[in-house]
Design a protein around this ligand. Sequence first.
Ligand code: ADP
Ligand code: MG
Length: 277
Amino acid sequence: MTNAIQVRGLTKRYGDVQAVKGIDLDIRQGEVFAILGPNGAGKSTTVEILEGYRKRDSGEVSVLGVDPARPTREWRSRIGIVLQTANDAAELSVRETVRHFADYYPNPRDPDEVIAAVGLTESANKRVRQLSGGQRRRVDVALGVLGRPELIFLDEPTTGFDPEARRQFWELIEGLAHDGSTIVLTTHYLDEAEALADRVAVIAGGTIVAEGEPGTLGGRATAKATVSWADGSVETDTPTKTVLELSRRFDGEVPGLTVARPTLEDIYLTLIEAPRD
Ligand code: ADP
Ligand code: MG
């Protein structure tokens, strides 16, 4: 498998703020890769450098084999971008907007199918300006995927979505991934990363503090389990043994029994709270 994206030693400073402090990334072709991290961690800066929207200070970056600091037209046509800040809403309707942008691409998706995929069919004739924030965001996502990009960047695509819209968006992303697109998304939602991502990187303070599959991130799979029951709980490496002992003690069913490993959110919070520098 070749890498869609390769980054080595990426740095970026704004005045006194060192926003990105030496990031390495390898994102494989066809992978769904989520970048997690608190506000100000450096997610947008990193993603916008990869998109060719911002200049880096130092480091090596290759995106689909091209240095995004020297983008070509052909390269741009292979990439779909959903920026964190929404596009300005025009007076055009949703359908007019999507059709208009479809004309820029050599082989666009069907505008009405894209509108349906982001759940905007019923609002297709409304002016974008009249839509709610979450609905406008869906227009951004529609425009980002319209050109059948090989590689799609989505910076906080679902912020402002209601739960149903988020599920629809997840289906859209799963469909795009199934068709072979490489997808890089930033998100604040741990469940979103867990549902969609093959791999996750957690960025805090401009560096990657953990990287891996959502199920095993930060030692999650091998972390101690907590066995709890009606009047007690214990942390253990051998939860099965504990449950068997409890079952003997209670002579069968253990009242209120649960066995839990740390959630992705537990791991994430530990990672971003750890002291840095
Ligand atoms: P994130 O997307 O993870 O919230 P950003 O990449 O937007 O993080 O920001 C990283 C840091 O860089 C923050 O401290 C932010 O305030 C700062 N920053 C981002 N963009 C600019 C800019 N254009 N000028 C000055 N500082 C910026
Ligand atoms: Mg951001």
